[in-house]
Ligand binder design. Structure first.
Ligand code: HEM
Ligand code: HEM
Length: 282
């Protein structure tokens, strides 16, 4: 049932937050952005609710779930693809002139990575004929990680990056550590996904095709877990940089008066009050 949440409800929330960020960061008209939002969210529900049926394959439900789950879940990636194309198109249309580039980076990154993780890698194992072999293996973990990272984590980091300058009055979103955090965590997560993928496919072949037992297979694929740990190290380094940037530059007004950074912030229309307020408070 949790999948009705990730494949239905969350995508609605994700679409809404992405649209908010796109309106603020690209300057494209709200009507244009919202028109596409309705189309995408409509398609999400159409495919997502019955698409959840791909979790009913092997739990003793009637056989027709193989067909319903297979067909509708195979349509779900289209909603994610639409979301990614929509975000990129709006950013292009807006000309990427907003000073908070790092927030736009997280926003576009969220749309793209959720398509790859949830849409593409979800599709990779959603057809019953494939899922029969991959069910409950590291192939699932491969998809789960990138889907969660793209659709949940990156969205949260995008909205934090967007709001931080308003809350602190500082233009620190331009810091090198912010960019380092984006690229390092993403490269780390891509490498982690690859490690899970290689381990997962090997596990499927050895366990489900060759017939070796679970524990023996786990020792056979141990090497890929070392790869996973290396990739995870990179990922953690990126997240560490984000947290460092957040604490260092997200701290409220204490250092504002001395450095005068608050005055450099260029908040979008409507938020001037917050930034000025912060600067005054110092
Ligand atoms: C934001 C969207 C999504 C997130 C966060 C997500 C995350 C996850 C996670 C964490 C699991 C593992 C669940 C468990 O072990 O109980 C899972 C399973 C699965 N997901 Fe997704 N998912 C998303 C969307 C999708 C989409 C769009 C598809 C299909 C196109 C899909 C296909 C699957 C399948 C087939 C499984 C079951 C794998 C198995 O049989 O072991 N997911 N997903
Ligand atoms: C810091 C590096 C991380 C490492 C080394 C790591 C490793 C793992 C491992 C080994 C599993 C068990 C896989 C299995 O045996 O099926 C797992 C499960 C899981 N992890 Fe991570 N993980 C990391 C970060 C994350 C992050 C950042 C997220 C979400 C954004 C996440 C979400 C999940 C989920 C949803 C599951 C359950 C997947 C399933 O049911 O198949 N992990 N993780």
């Amino acid at each position: 049932m949790v999948h009705l949440w990730v494949e239905g409800v969350w995508e609605l929330i994700m679409g809404a937050i992405l649209s908010f960020l796109l309106i603020k960061l690209t300057g494209v008209d709200r009507e244009v952005i919202e028109k596409w939002l309705y189309v995408i969210v409509g398609f999400t529900f159409l495919s997502g609710i019955l698409g959840t049926g791909h979790h009913y394959y092997w739990i003793g439900t009637p056989r027709y779930w193989l067909l319903i789950g297979g067909v509708f879940s195979a349509l779900e990636p289209l909603a994610f693809l639409a979301m990614a194309i929509y975000a990129i198109a709006m950013a292009r249309r807006g000309g990427r002139t907003h000073p908070n580039r790092i927030s736009l980076q997280w926003t576009i990154g969220c749309a793209v990575m959720s398509f790859v993780g949830a849409g593409f890698l979800g599709f990779a194992h959603t057809i019953p004929q494939v899922n029969k072999y991959t069910h409950g293996t590291l192939v699932t973990a491969m998809h789960g990680h990138m889907a969660f990272w793209g659709a949940y984590a990156m969205l949260v980091l995008a909205i934090i990056s967007y709001t931080l300058p308003f809350l602190t009055g500082r233009k620190r979103h331009d810091a090198t550590s912010a960019s380092f955090a984006f690229w390092t965590s993403n490269v780390g997560m891509i490498a982690m996904t690859l490690a899970f993928a290689v381990a997962g496919v090997t596990q499927v072949v050895l366990e489900r095709r060759v017939g070796m037992d679970f524990v023996t297979v786990q020792t056979e694929i141990e090497m890929h877990f070392w790869g996973l740990l290396l990739a995870a190290g990179l990922f953690i380094l990126g997240i560490g940089a984000f947290v460092w940037n957040f604490i260092r530059h997200g701290w409220p007004v204490a250092e504002l008066g001395a450095s005068g950074e608050g005055l450099d912030a260029r908040p979008a229309a409507g938020a001037t009050g917050a930034a000025t307020g912060a600067a005054t408070a110092s």
